[in-house]
Ligand binder design. Sequence first.
Ligand code: GLN
Length: 280
Amino acid sequence: MNIYLAINQGAKILKAKFISNYLLDSEILMANTIKKDRKFILSNLNLSLKKNDLDNFQKLIEKRSQGNPVAYLINKKCFWNSEFFITNDTLIPRPDTELIVENVIKLTKNKNNLSILDIGIGSGCIIISILKEKKNFYGTGIDISKKCLDISEINAFNLKVSSRLKLYKSSVDKFNLGKYDLIVSNPPYIKKHDLKYLERDIIGFEPKLALDGGLDGLSEIRKVIKKSSELIKKNGKFILEIGFDQKNKVINLLKKEGFYINSAQKDLGMNDRCIVCTKI
Ligand code: GLN
């Protein structure tokens, strides 16, 4: 079978299972199977596939048709301006989270040698993107998941920031090391009882540990705010991702812990998503 037919067959299967980007997904999975880019695929549609490649491609299509996200099937996702290695032990980096990086870059334009803490590092996408932009900044990342730390370490190595990133396995409440100029975090913030309403691709495949914010969605955010207040330097900035309905509650928590609110920002879907504040 040639590439063209296989992609079309794959796309048809995905369409029947209500996968919205069925054709694109089929093309990406093909590119990944034969280790070429999408451009190669589209200019070599007549190329016939080896039996082994066709089998592997069909297996990926089957997994995708069950909702398994493309990013997990190809083990990578672009975030900011890099490609990150990911597995289903980490959340898939989201464009919404790029807001944090954007804010940090803006806030630190003329700053040097800052030390940054990322609480709940996951794939490492936030802090590694920052370290790539700011060559004299130093990073510390913590996560309760050893697997996330291993993945962050791989990404830090691939993206050449390993020498400026320290990683620790720790829960947020037990971590007491250092003082930081800047703290970032995208903690789990979905209400436990709302997890079931997330899209199938998310709830069926992404790690609940990275999503579950407890009964009111704020249990991890509360800990992150308290810890940040302890570990941040005076006048240090704290940039936090939040759920679409958490702005007012989170602002109150921040004020109680001595933070001045600089701004609350919406993501591309116009949902409240990111809070920038300063420790006073
Ligand atoms: N934004 C993610 C989602 O809606 C949740 C991320 C998180 O809990 N930190 O799926």
